[in-house]
Design a protein. Structure first.
Length: 378
């Protein structure tokens, strides 16, 4: 069976949503979404996307809803990503539902686009781990509130994928070549660097988040003026976090990640490390990190960020969907998920195993059109 489901193709996976996995409430003019899978770091399932989407559609039109707030349950994460285990099992034929490798990404991306275009304030409280799909449902919205526990990353090259969920756009909006650095290495950043990169828009200490939510719910909302009102409340609670770390590394990042080939970046990092300067240790560690990632993923990711440097969100998601469908037909995603999520041996056996084995024509194949299976928006 061709795993790339045709546009509009819907199956029954949403029927298996645990009704407690995602919670919805309304009060004080604010609709609240709570991702409620703390044992899974609030990772999104397809059923959760399917429950969220109609709510968001309704709230866009509801006169009594003036803002949407999304947060994660538990003490560890806002959202660690999407349910890659389910996609893995579908692609490997374990679940018997091969089409999930297409349907999951299609419906995830459609929801992300709806979040990006939402006509009222959309506020994500990115308290804790915020990775992959968690970035998709936060960074693409209007406001992202970091706390001292925020830990953000796009770690997809470590599981044989590439930074998606609109990362073609939002990584390219980072200062200089920081987006390439984050996308290729999967480096984790804290709240101050999240602000520096635009992943977050505000920093609020965790102990004040409940007060922030209460203030939003106490706001005398005015139709047409909600954005200004939301910004005023956020500004009331926002403070400066501890100093960011990335600005001090901006120069070597820009220097080492300027090449438009992965081999060029590796060479630049080698030269930086050999130079023995202030950033030599960072360069050596970064080089080692890159060499442990999927070589195919690295080459796809760099090409993606180069060709998509000026893409809007629609163009980014269309490209990323095409890439996912080619990746789902390959080897490294399944091997990466096996090594990191299933067996947890942290020893992926990439195929091809080296950058030298992957030529431009191979990379071109991942960017080739997929005909009627392309992602198209209404």
């Amino acid at each position: 069976m061709d795993g790339r489901a045709k546009p509009g193709h819907k199956r029954w996976w949403g029927a298996f949503l645990n009704s407690e996995d995602i919670l919805f409430s309304e009060g004080g003019g604010v609709a609240t979404v709570t991702l409620n899978r703390p044992q899974a770091l609030n990772a999104f399932t397809l059923g959760m996307y399917r429950a969220f989407d109609p709510k968001l559609r309704a709230w866009a039109e509801a006169p009594g809803v003036h803002a949407v707030l999304i947060r994660g349950a538990g003490e560890r994460a806002f959202c660690a990503g999407g349910d890659v285990r389910a996609v893995y099992e579908a692609g490997k034929g374990i679940s018997g539902e091969r089409d999930l490798t297409a349907v999951f990404f299609r419906e995830e991306y459609e929801l992300i686009r709806r979040i990006h275009r939402f006509p009222k304030p959309y506020i994500a409280i990115i308290d804790g781990i915020t990775m992959g799909g968690g970035a998709g449902v936060s960074v693409n919205g209007a406001y992202r509130v970091a706390t001292e526990r925020t830990l953000s990353a796009m770690p997809e090259t470590g599981i044989g994928l590439f930074p998606d969920v609109g990362a073609t756009r939002f990584l390219n909006r980072c200062p200089g070549h920081v987006g390439r650095y984050l996308g290729l290495t999967g480096a984790r950043i804290g709240p101050a660097d999240a602000l520096y990169c635009g992943v977050a828009t505000h920093f609020v200490p965790r102990e004040r988040v409940s007060d922030l939510v209460a203030a939003l719910e106490a706001t005398p909302w005015r139709a047409g003026g909600q954005a200004g009102q939301a910004e005023a409340v956020l500004a009331q609670f926002a403070v400066e976090p501890e100093p960011a770390l990335l600005p001090a590394r901006q120069e070597p990042i820009d220097r080492c990640f300027a090449p438009e080939t992965v081999e060029g970046i590796i060479e630049a990092l080698s030269a930086e490390a050999a130079g023995g300067g202030a950033h030599a240790e960072w360069a050596a560690q970064t080089r080692a990190t890159l060499l442990a990632k999927s070589p195919t993923s690295l080459k796809i990711t760099l090409r993606q960020l180069v060709v998509g440097r000026d893409f809007d969100l629609d163009a980014a998601l269309i490209l990323e969907y095409r890439l996912t469908q080619h990746v789902m037909e390959g080897h490294d995603f399944y091997e990466g998920v096996r090594a990191v999520v299933i067996d947890k041996d942290q020893m992926p056996r990439w195929q091809p195993a080296t950058l030298a084995e992957i030529d431009d024509a191979t990379v071109d194949g991942y960017f080739a059109p997929i005909g009627a299976c392309e992602l198209r928006f209404e």
